[in-house]
Design a protein around this ligand. Structure first.
Ligand code: HEM
Length: 159
């Protein structure tokens, strides 16, 4: 297996673990927590419970974001394909880069700096609307990520 193929394998494994986790949080974990909240079964701040349950995934997401970004940049370097950023037909390359940047900022900058505290404080006052907001944000990120994956697979294979 040459370096480029290895980078592609790492890239796709990273994407599977990362976006798969986002799908689980969006489609399974958040709806379950919101149902619990609606049924009045919550004994603690739902945002705190969410952070605790999602805590392990946050580390998985940080690691896989790094692996996906590094392997993607390595592939671009080997292909010497920087000029593809100027080709509108290869929009998916921009989509990958922008999605990567959004998640990187969220996981490494915004969340540790203020987002974590802001959500926790807001959830204490307005638990239901905060959980709805968190779920909406996850839906937007998941939808954009899936469109990106579809575009990247089709685009990388001549679609
Ligand atoms: C800085 C961030 C990223 C860079 C520089 C990057 C770069 C690349 C490159 C150069 C390729 C190979 C293109 C080709 O063979 O013609 C690729 C493939 C791919 N990328 Fe990314 N990528 C990045 C982030 C992402 C993200 C965030 C996702 C998912 C949301 C993603 C999903 C994919 C997929 C699914 C493929 C196709 C793999 C295949 O079917 O062989 N990438 N990426």
């Amino acid at each position: 297996m040459d370096d480029f193929v290895l980078a592609r394998v790492v890239h796709v494994l990273g994407v599977v673990l990362w976006i798969g986790g986002v799908a689980f949080v969006t489609l399974v974990l958040l709806p379950a927590l919101r149902r619990q909240l609606q049924a009045g079964q919550n004994v603690e701040n739902p945002a705190v419970l969410f952070e605790r349950l999602e805590g392990r995934f946050a580390w998985q997401a940080r690691l896989t974001t790094l692996l996906t970004g590094a392997s993607g940049l390595y592939m671009l370097y080997v292909l010497d394909a920087w000029d593809r950023y100027g080709d509108p037909g290869q929009w998916w390359l921009w989509a990958m880069t922008v999605i990567w940047l959004i998640f990187t900022l969220m996981l490494f900058v915004f969340e540790p700096l203020f987002l974590h505290r802001w959500f926790e404080a807001r959830a204490r006052d307005k638990p239901a609307s905060t959980m709805a907001l968190i779920q909406r944000l996850h839906w937007v990120l998941l939808t954009a990520s899936l469109i990106t994956v579809a575009g990247a697979v089709a685009g990388s294979h001549g679609g």
